[in-house]
Ligand binder design. Structure first.
Ligand code: SAM
Length: 192
């Protein structure tokens, strides 16, 4: 059996209104999919869309990644953070929670815009970096500074620093690749 055939439970964290969760529901119709976000508006919209188009296997819940339900320990085969990690003010406790809710045999997929951590290395990348720096200044950076002592990352944190953080916090980075027309870098990680 392949890993995909074994997937029964999926958690999409920072789901927004559920674009990724709905795509997953088409690909994994028999899986239990949870889509969580700390935004009421996102979760309400996600439920509305799923009800309108008749999706049955997504549960939308308002949750903060740093304090997910106690009974979710070792619940999920696959956890996804799409365009979320660089937004978080408390990425350290967030990834500890991800480790708790992930099965020991599970994997987590973490995708963020593919920007170099050394800002000088982005010179000339007018396609990705220019737009990302502008968006990040207005959206991601304030989000990552939204609590006292927040990380203040935003997209400028960059791919190399993200990889170093994941490795130093006990994740086994099994795969690293560009996705989304090379706009994002995805890390597939397992517990060490
Ligand atoms: C850039 S959006 C990505 C949304 C979605 N993954 C997508 O690709 O369409 C980041 C999302 O993370 C959510 N988010 C940020 N901090 C969070 C936290 N601490 N706990 C849960 N969700 C969070 C935001 O509300 C937002 O919906």
């Amino acid at each position: 059996m392949t890993f995909a055939q074994n997937i029964k439970s999926i958690l999409d964290i920072g789901s927004g209104a559920g674009v990724i969760a709905r795509a997953l529901s088409r690909r994994f119709p028999d899986a239990d999919i949870y889509a969580v976000d700390y935004s009421d508006i996102a979760i309400t919209k996600g439920i509305e869309i799923a009800n309108t188009i008749g999706i049955k296997n997504i549960t939308f819940l308002k949750e903060n990644i740093t304090s997910m339900p106690a009974d979710w320990t070792h619940k999920f085969d696959w956890v996804i953070l799409y365009d979320v990690l660089h937004d978080l003010p408390d990425h350290v406790n967030a990834m500890k929670e991800v480790k708790r809710v992930l099965k020991d045999t599970g994997v987590v997929s973490i995708s963020d815009p593919d920007i170099h951590s050394n800002h000088r290395d982005n010179v000339g990348d007018t396609n990705n970096a220019g737009v990302c720096y502008a968006l990040s200044t207005l959206i991601c950076l304030p989000c990552s500074m939204s609590i006292d002592g927040g990380a203040g990352h935003g997209i400028g944190w960059g791919t190399e620093e993200r990889e170093a953080f994941l490795k130093s916090s006990g994740w086994n980075v099994k795969d690293k690749r560009n996705i989304g027309g090379d706009m994002s870098c995805n890390f597939t990680c397992a517990k060490e």
